[in-house]
Design a protein around this ligand. Structure first.
Ligand code: AMP
Ligand code: GLY
Length: 421
């Protein structure tokens, strides 16, 4: 199979790394990729959101399967354009990708499907939003309605914090047009888990779970980020909870999407809160999580390509995926300042020595250059992942590798996995 992976982050590096091991693969491209991906795939100088250029490339190069990494190309209709051109694409249509693009849409689907989730209300008027917040009390959650790169959510512990969030999102427009409306939610308490389901219309198959550290700093402090580290499996996510999530959250949501004429195909990522009254949906994403994907790919024993190929063709493989028994953990190294503005171009050395630590795999999230001359490009820059006999050993291996990376401008959390350890 000739495969094009779209995207250029740690998730896409992990997907390419896994796909590159498939006996079904004949050629692998990544658009745009990054310096790490370039070692295992042919990077193509096309942006992940340049749909016309991607379609032209896919046609010229007789690509058999397009694998969408991030949500942005999907919300722009990558899968629709591929299907119109007769090319298989792993990922949902733009209409189904609204499960990630609009928080309001997700809440409507969840409510219609009787999926357990937080009570919510949506506001286009900041004054009305503030009045609702005062009536509900704190803690309370304020979200920009549109796409804000995982950063448009404020879990406010005080009323002042919640009202300030409304001002920043709706009036200062710190996330741009995504802040035209806000969704305000009941604050759910519990442990958070990222659950992945391979979906083809109304069929779904469990595709692993992980726990992610969303806050920038140690002790789960600081601003929300795209994710500073993750581990899999998630000890709190038992087989009984898995069955409940598939039966009460994933499958009813898929049935509702199909009933609306917008069936979902691809990987559905459910962010869940494991509350005292059972698992409840926080949000959906329409793609693998990053960095969660990095630990899932390390643990996945089965060939990934048949799963992606079959789902893209509208059905699921007969056999569920096989996993390695060993847990995996990843620590994200980010540029100083992330999730705020960062300075690009700082040099990163020592990657070869770090990658040689037993059990370690380094996934590039935002890098440029060639081996020996790698520079940082973007917020999250590296995922230092490790698999070992137990989670503590995986953590120790990841941090041993980080100690060998010479990048003074990097920052990372020192407590990844603390909840499970
Ligand atoms: P989201 O972008 O919707 O995943 O939200 C980012 C983070 O905010 C989540 O991972 C949770 O940690 C937190 N969060 C979002 N919604 C809620 C909620 N209703 N209750 C508690 N925490 C939430
Ligand atoms: N790590 C969470 C996400 O990918 O959105």
């Amino acid at each position: 199979m000739r495969v094009l992976v779209v995207g250029g982050g740690g998730r896409e590096h992990a997907l390419c790394w896994k796909i590159a091991q498939s006996p079904l693969l004949t050629r692998l491209w990544c658009a745009p990729g990054n310096a790490g991906i370039a070692a295992i795939a042919e990077c193509v100088g096309i942006g992940a959101e340049d749909i016309p250029a991607i379609i032209a490339f896919v046609r010229e190069n007789a690509v058999d399967l397009v694998v969408a990494g991030p949500e942005a190309p999907l919300t722009l209709g990558l899968a629709d354009h591929c299907r119109a051109a007769g090319i298989a694409c792993f990922g949902p249509s733009a209409a189904a990708a609204r499960l990630e693009g609009s928080k309001t849409f997700t809440k409507e689907v969840a409510t219609a499907a009787h999926v357990p989730t937080a009570d919510w209300a949506r506001f286009e008027d900041p004054e009305a939003a503030r009045a609702y917040i005062r009536a509900q009390g704190a803690p309370i959650v304020v979200k920009a309605d549109g796409l804000a790169a995982g950063k448009g959510v404020v879990v406010a512990t005080t009323l002042a914090e919640a009202e300030a969030a409304v001002t920043e999102i709706m009036e200062a427009r710190i996330h741009g047009a995504a802040g035209a409306a806000v969704v305000i939610e009941e604050c759910m308490l519990g442990e958070e888990v990222s659950v992945f389901a391979l979906c083809a219309g109304t069929e779904a198959m469990f595709l692993g779970a992980a726990q992610d550290h969303k806050r920038a700093f140690d002790g789960d402090e600081g601003p929300n980020t795209g994710g500073m580290g993750a581990y899999s499996p998630a000890p709190a996510f038992t087989p009984a909870i898995e069955a409940e999530v598939m039966a009460r959250i994933i499958r009813p949501s898929l049935a509702e999407m199909a009933a609306r004429g917008t069936p979902f195909t691809g990987v559905l990522f459910a962010g869940l809160m494991l509350t005292a009254t059972g698992p409840r949906l926080i949000e959906y994403n329409v793609r693998f999580g990053d960095p969660e994907c990095q630990v899932l790919m390390l643990r996945l024993e089965s060939d990934l390509l048949p799963f992606l190929r079959d789902a893209a063709a509208g059905h699921l493989p007969a056999e569920p995926p096989r996993w390695r028994d060993a847990p995996a953990l990843v620590v994200v190294m980010a540029n100083q300042g992330y999730p705020g503005p960062v300075v690009n171009g700082s040099a990163i050395a020592g990657l070869e020595a770090a990658a040689a630590v037993p059990g370690v795999a380094i996934f590039h999230a935002g890098t440029r250059g060639a081996p020996g001359a790698i520079t940082a490009q973007g917020g999250r820059v590296l995922g230092v992942a490790a698999m070992a006999a137990d989670l503590a050993a995986a953590r120790d291996a990841a941090y041993a590798a980080i100690a060998l990376i010479d990048w003074p401008q990097g920052q990372f959390r020192r407590d990844i996995g603390w909840r499970a350890l």
